[in-house]
Ligand binder design. Sequence first.
Ligand SMILES: O=C(O)C(=O)C[C@]1(C(=O)O)C=C[C@@H](O)C=C1
Length: 350
Amino acid sequence: MTEEKPVVAFLGPKASYTHQATLDSFPGCQYTLSPQITIEDVFASVQDNTASRGVVPFENSTNGSVVFTLDLFADLNARYPDILVCGEAYISVSHCLLGRHTEALSRSTHQLPSIIESPTSSGAATPTANIPNPGIPRTKPTQEIGHIKKLYSHPQAWGQCKSFLSTYLKGVERQDVSSTSRAAELVAADETGTSAAISSIIAAKIHNLDILARGIEDRSDNTTRFFIIKRASPPSSLSSSHPQTTAPSSSAESKNGKEKPWKSLISFTVHHSNPGALAHCLAVFEPFKLNLTSINTRPSGVAPWNYIFFVEIDGRREEGGEGAVNAALQDLAKVSRGWRWLGSWESRLK
Ligand SMILES: O=C(O)C(=O)C[C@]1(C(=O)O)C=C[C@@H](O)C=C1
């Protein structure tokens, strides 16, 4: 009898950047990779044990946090109480504009004003009230794109390709979809050939789409960070109501004997009307020499302008209540309204 492979859920369909991050951490031959339609579906698969691990985008170096993922960690409806981060992956993201280079359109390009040869190909976008200093795109279309009437992509991608879009596709209708690979799927199904997707070169191959422009992201170092999530082993609810529950043990020592860099993600809420409430929460890490490396906020769902805060720190929560992170969390419990440890993992930042 063949042993069943562990299931890893990821934001699909195939050829999404999350798929690439998943393959980076979970070789397809050893795992059953299970594409999901939304990031929430990935959380749900891990929470209900359909998948043993999940992979979700967390932040992008150009465009910032993936708010859908933060909201799922905020878990305002208590649907995902057992989800913990247990790893991360960094993927270099280079976007293409994918569509159809139709015969009819290409034959008549000599009659149409070609966008490749139009004045806009100087690379200068028109300043607007919203974007007074538009950047200069790093690339220009390699095909005629004057026929493109509609664009599909994941909301994160628009913000990574601002200069290209405001220069060459200004005013073209945009539709948010659940992932860049879903965008490619929709464009492949569009028989009019007048839509385009911001997606990956792999999606172009899978869906047999033409590459109308490549490398359209604003920055060549555009990178997305993904989290690997798992379900906490029982007892669950790693929260202020169960402050003794701790991380599974794992060696923090590398081969050369040096402490490996670990990170932890923690969320907390504060009593908003108390002066200094936020400052007191942030201050609990410093006495334990825990470096705070990022802070994010999302609406707390309690009342307008109340927030849930997310902090990342350098350090790892030890088993058995020992160590600096546990000590800081005990102090956080005293000054916050509520808190939750969302996992500790080995940093893969090079
Ligand atoms: O749409 C995809 O392909 C994804 O994997 C999602 C996602 C994201 O949410 O950040 C991942 C990488 C890119 O930054 C753009 C989109």
